[in-house]
Design a binder for this molecule. Sequence first.
Ligand code: MEV
Length: 304
Amino acid sequence: MDITVSTPGKIILSGEHAVVYGYPALVAATNKRCELHYQGTAEPEWSADWLSQFASLKAFFAAWEARPTTQHLQLRSHVPVGRGMGSSAACSVAAAAVWQSLQGKTFSPEAINQLAYQLEVLQHGTPSGVDNTIATYGGALWFRKETPTFSIFRQVEMSSSLETLWLVDSGRPKESTKEMVTMVAEQRQQRRTHYDQLFRQMEEVTRSWLRWVLGEETDSVELLRTNHRLLVELGVVSPQTQSLIQAIEKSGGAAKITGAGGAKQGSGYLLVMHPDEAKLQSVLKPYARSGERLELGGEGVRIE
Ligand code: MEV
């Protein structure tokens, strides 16, 4: 048996962290993909390599009464690891798709997504499910978690104004996604009213983003700046990243984190808007960073 599946990474345009508490998020797949290749018998034997990267998969396999041993399972990912671009979810969805295929089941994105969500729970504790859902369906999604087991989402047609977006690496966060989500949860417990107010403001911003993506609203730079301020208040953007974003803003652009962020050092990849490419690159130079064009709307999980 020879199976290769691929899945996209993601960018959260708006609503990260708030989405864990039932507020909406707007998320898009990128053109950076994760590829998982399995070669062997229909009886799956998973490589030690794979398991060492994702120790929590052990629990998953135990739960599904499958025993990992060895065979050819190769992971190749162009999705940057640990930088807010959905590398974990892309791998979970790929694993779920290979696993489904090995079971001889018909390709079902819905079943893959459910299985991948369980992997994400093992990995991250209380994920919203937005990352695995975008890695499964691709494109761009409006997503909301209504209860721990029930989410609603819908594809969003993106307008061409998204062509002015850039990606800039602010550095690998010291913290994992799980640690960032836990940190926000603890802060929220201490300052419930304040955090819920922040989340409500974020929802407003996410709705404005939706209108912008649909081509119904134009002041996207101001929107991105407001979004960033709310994330700073949430405590998920490090001082180092804040100063990088401040420099981008001063030169006429705007930027925000794209995933869980990072409070101590790097905060992962930034989503950047800038009207002038040369200006952007020169602002980034002293920080030893550069901007790359961001392509959104990548296809969801597929069997290659
Ligand atoms: C991580 O990509 C997004 C978070 O909102 C966590 C989640 O939704 O599970 C920070």
